[in-house]
Design a protein around this ligand. Structure first.
Ligand code: FPP
Length: 246
């Protein structure tokens, strides 16, 4: 990873606080491809390439956890060809990138259900988690076969299996049962592609997150765009329900 910092004309000195945990809804791959007369899967491939660029800039800026929404539980409803293309892409990406990610100190986590993912891909995912488990430069948490409601249901099931007493249920305990257990809640959620929805992404964890959306399609969301989001984040007053004393 190089240390070159792009400014794009924005005043990056305004970035005094960066989110500890950043979540990104990577939308617009299909439209990006369509605009170029390419198949949708070419947009997803460009989207994967962009994760690397943004991850590197997150390291540069000091973000400690990056969660990317790569495949939602709703995405199974897409045409079969696109679904298998996305599955193949994850496998290929692990195959091609794992070594370098590991060398660069990236710890990979997975948020989502393993059930439904083909056994070979499950094995690749487990291996990526195992190989990178001691890395601490940045966490890349890949939300794959992920749904926020499914995550809550899974947490409730586990708590019941553990016979947790009703009185023992607190927000902290519940959070620890989520896929993201142990990771602080996201401070900022970015959505590319122009929509203003959370689309079932980190719905419990995002309760106090700042939300930022841009019409830019994910494959074109670069370092300058990310800095813009960070500058906007620095202009927000995070009150967490309190009244701030001036
Ligand atoms: C939305 O674009 C994007 C997704 C379905 C998820 C993002 C997926 C990737 C970046 C590639 C897969 C990542 C891995 C690690 C395998 P869209 O298709 O909804 O775009 P559109 O709204 O323009 O149609």
């Amino acid at each position: 990873m190089n240390d070159e910092v792009s400014t794009g004309g924005d005043d990056v000195s305004e970035i005094t606080a960066v989110p500890y945990h950043l979540g990104i809804i990577m939308d617009g791959n299909g439209r990006w491809a369509q605009a170029r007369g390419l198949p949708r899967i070419a947009g997803h491939q460009a989207g994967v390439d962009n994760i690397k660029r943004i991850l590197e800039h997150c390291v540069r800026r000091g973000v400690k956890v990056l969660t990317v929404y790569a495949f939602s539980t709703e995405n199974w409803k897409r045409p079969q060809e696109e679904v298998s293309g996305l599955m193949r892409l994850l496998g290929l990406t692990i195959q091609r990138q794992l070594k370098e990610l590991n060398k660069n100190g990236v710890r990979i986590l997975h948020s989502g259900r393993m059930e439904g993912i083909n056994p070979h891909l499950q094995k690749q995912i487990r291996n990526a988690l195992e190989v990178t488990k001691d890395n601490d430069r940045i966490v890349l948490n890949v939300a794959f076969n992920y749904g926020g409601r499914a995550e809550i249901i899974d947490a409730v099931r586990h708590m019941m299996q553990d016979r947790v007493e009703p009185d023992a249920v607190t927000e902290d305990l519940f959070s620890s049962y989520l896929y993201t257990g142990g990771i602080p809640d996201p401070d900022l959620i970015i959505r590319t592609g122009g929509e203003w929805r959370l689309s079932n992404f980190l719905i419990w964890q995002a309760a106090y997150a700042e939300y930022y959306t841009t019409p830019t399609y994910w494959p074109e969301f670069d370092e300058v765009e990310l800095d813009k989001a960070f500058i906007e984040y620095n202009h927000r007053e995070r009150r967490f329900g309190r009244v701030l004393q001036k």
